[in-house]
Each structure stands twice: as structure tokens, then as C-alpha cells.
Design a protein around this ligand. Structure first.
Ligand code: NAD
Ligand code: TDX
Length: 332
């Protein structure tokens, strides 16, 4: 049994990981989370208090990070500013948290010789053409498009430098788009589900031809545990479940599953610099570490996610008005 310091554990994927790790391992978990607009303490409700502790604080606070890292056997680093549209409106918190915050954690892990796992995104690789047979691999050159993905790319490179220069025992994973319960309503899938619940037509950026490679958050968590347990120091593992869908298909599936007509959506202004397609080749993770995704039926996973948002309105209702006000101010 060991203690994991999980940063960003009150956010969407971090809280999914905490729940997954509590169920599937004997680890104790300390969550370090600043509780930004994107988080919800309630995402950790119902977990055993003798195994999960929430510390409210900033990953850029060097003395707090040092104190918590000293007591941990491993750091699993999820905390970030994560929404591309926000990064286009104001990049500065992205630089502070994603770059300075990651640097602060790396320095603490270096001092205490702590195992470190860095959570990142496929967006660091830029985008692919729709008809390109290629997928992203760990060898694909970095080519980020947005302030968000540029800061995530920078944070990955910091981790690689700390491995090479200081011998830090670190691994990195770059995952594709996640879906599932407890995702903030600013993100594509929960925004459209909660719009339909509110009798508002879903909003499709541009023509809707952009492709994302969807994976359920629980499959992401299982992959992170496999890397923590069996991953090789200094290696980068790509996480994806062969879930490529264009945005129009996703909106139409949501509409159908919620009993609405498949054309009951609106086209809105496109995102500047909008990446066209992401696709992950996860064969290294599958072959080397034996991971396979469990959620292989996207429509079934989406149906369960819709049910969760229908049954947990009290969880998301407080986020909705602010998220939509921000979107309407920017024409989305
Ligand atoms: P999220 O926005 O739902 O949650 C982020 C969490 O980090 C929040 O709880 C927030 O309070 C916390 N946080 C932000 N700044 C902080 C700071 N300075 N100090 C401490 N805590 C802070 O994000 P998410 O979608 O769950 O993403 C988690 C991680 O996974 C991120 O690193 C993201 O880049 C990565 N990722 C996300 C996706 C996706 O599809 N959402 C895909 C691949 C990788
Ligand atoms: O209302 C919308 N309409 C729409 O068509 C919104 C909010 C989005 N979109 C499109 C833009 C994207 O092509 O849907 C797609 C998904 O959008 P987001 O949910 O904003 O995700 P994306 O920009 O792909 O980034 C996500 O996946 C990778 C996460 O937010 C990142 O944190 C992660 O790194």
C-alpha cells in the first residue's frame, strides 16, 4: 500500500482516477486541488475519508507542494487549466498553472526522489488531415495549435528534461478526448446533453467535420494505473480507444439518444485555429503493459453519461449559466 499525491483530483478526470484507484487498489490518496471554477468537491463525495484527503491549494505554491510531496510515494499530476476556448480568451492562467505549476511539482519530486506521472493530451501533436491514414505515436513531432495545447506541450518537455538532466523517475501519458460523468458543462458532450435537458438546441462549431478520438474516463484511469505500476522511466505512452467520431455524429447520437430529431442543432461560429482531427495509436500501451479499453461501445457509454447528467442536475446546474454566458459573449 502506498500514498499517491493526485493533483487536480477534484476535476473531471482526476476525480474519476481517485474513484477508480480507491476501488481497484489499496492506495491512499491525497488530492491537491485549487478548486477552480472547473472543479467540484462533490466529485469526491462518498469516498472513504480514511483513504482520501483533500488539500485545497495551488500546485504553484512551492512550500505546500514540497510538504505534500515529501509524504507521498508517487505524484500523479492531473491539475491544469484545460479548456481550449478559455485559453483563447485569456491564456495567462494556462501559463501559470500548466507551466509554472508543473515546474514546481517537478522540483519537489526531484528533491524527494519521488516517482512522478504526468498526465497530458494528444493535442500536443497538433492535428491530422481527415483522410490521413496516420495516427499519433510517441514519435510524432510536437506541433501544438492553441495556448492550452502549447502549455501542455511545454509541460511535457519540462518532464522530459527533468528525467534526462536530473534522473527523475517519471513517465508521461498523452490521452485523447475523455467523456463520462462529472465533466464540466463547458466541454462539448456535457454542454450538448445539458442544452437538450434545458430545451436549448446543441451548438456545433463550423461544419462539425472535426474528429475527436473519444475514450471513457475509466479506461483512461486504468491505463494510468498500468503505467504507474509497470511503465518504464522516461517513456511516453499514448492512451486511446479507437473512438474516432466527428462532432456532427456525436451531436446526432446525443439527440437520438435523448429522443430528439437528429437535425435539431445549430451551427455556430467556428473556434479559431480549430484542430481538424486527432487519432491515437495506443499499440505501445497495449503491447507493453497489457492495457485494453473496456468501454468499446461509444453509444452505450454516451447513453450512461446522458443518464448521469439527467439524474445529477444538482451537480451541474450551478455551472451552466456562467458557461453559457461566456459562450454567448464569444459567439459560440
Ligand atoms: P478539469 O478542468 O475538469 O479539472 C482540472 C482540475 O485541476 C480542477 O479540479 C482544478 O481545480 C484543478 N486545478 C487547476 N489549476 C490548479 C492549480 N493551479 N493548482 C491546483 N489545482 C488546480 O480537467 P480534466 O478534463 O479533468 O483534465 C485533467 C488533466 O487531463 C489535464 O492535465 C488535461 O490536460 C488532461 N487531459 C484531459 C483530456 C480531456 O479530454 N478532458 C484529455 C487528455 C488529457
Ligand atoms: O459547443 C461546442 N461545440 C462544438 O462543436 C463545444 C464546446 C465544442 N465543439 C467542438 C470543438 C471540438 O472539435 O467539439 C470538439 C470538442 O471540444 P472540447 O470539448 O472543447 O474539447 P477539445 O478542444 O477537443 O479538448 C479536449 O480534449 C483534449 C479537452 O478539453 C482538453 O483538455 C483535452 O486535452
Amino acid at each position: 500500500m502506498s500514498t499517491l499525491l493526485v493533483t487536480g483530483g477534484a476535476g473531471f478526470i482526476g476525480s474519476s482516477f481517485v474513484r477508480y484507484a480507491i476501488e481497484h487498489t489499496t492506495h491512499n490518496i491525497v488530492v491537491l486541488d485549487k478548486l477552480t471554477y472547473a472543479s467540484d468537491k462533490a466529485s469526491l463525495d462518498g469516498l472513504p475519508s480514511e483513504r482520501v484527503e483533500l488539500v485545497v491549494g495551488d500546485i504553484s505554491d512551492a512550500s505546500l507542494v514540497d510538504e505534500l510531496t515529501a509524504k507521498a510515494d508517487a505524484v500523479v499530476h492531473y491539475a491544469a487549466e484545460t479548456h481550449n476556448d478559455n485559453s483563447l480568451l485569456d491564456p495567462s492562467p494556462f501559463l501559470e498553472t500548466n507551466l509554472v505549476g508543473t515546474f514546481t511539482l517537478l522540483e519537489a519530486a526531484r528533491r524527494h526522489r519521488t516517482r512522478f506521472h504526468h498526465i497530458s493530451t494528444d493535442e500536443v501533436y497538433g492535428d491530422l488531415e481527415l483522410d490521413d491514414p496516420a495516427k499519433f505515436t510517441a514519435e510524432t513531432p510536437y506541433n501544438p495549435s492553441s495556448p492550452y495545447s502549447a502549455t501542455k506541450a511545454g509541460s511535457d518537455l519540462l518532464v522530459r528534461a527533468w528525467v534526462r538532466s536530473f534522473g527523475l523517475e517519471a513517465t508521461i501519458s498523452n490521452c485523447s478526448n475523455n467523456y463520462g460523468p462529472r465533466q464540466h458543462v463547458e466541454k462539448f458532450i456535457p454542454r450538448q446533453i445539458t442544452n437538450v435537458i434545458d430545451r436549448v438546441r446543441p451548438r456545433l462549431y463550423g461544419k462539425g467535420e472535426n474528429v475527436r478520438d473519444w475514450i471513457h474516463a475509466d479506461d483512461h484511469s486504468a491505463a494510468v494505473l498500468a503505467i504507474l505500476e509497470r511503465g518504464r522511466t522516461g517513456e511516453t505512452y499514448l492512451i486511446g480507444a479507437d473512438g474516432e467520431k466527428n462532432n456532427l455524429e456525436v451531436i446526432q447520437t446525443i439527440l437520438r439518444e435523448m429522443g430528439e430529431s437528429a437535425d435539431a442543432y445549430d451551427h455556430v461560429k467556428d473556434r479559431p485555429g480549430h484542430d481538424l482531427r486527432y487519432a491515437i495509436d495506443s499499440s505501445k500501451l497495449r503491447d507493453e503493459l497489457g492495457w485494453t479499453p473496456q468501454f468499446t461501445d461509444f453509444t452505450a457509454g454516451l447513453r450512461d453519461t446522458i443518464t448521469w447528467y439527467r439524474e445529477n442536475e444538482q451537480w451541474w446546474r450551478g455551472q451552466k449559466a456562467d458557461a453559457e454566458a461566456k459562450y454567448s459573449a464569444s459567439g459560440h
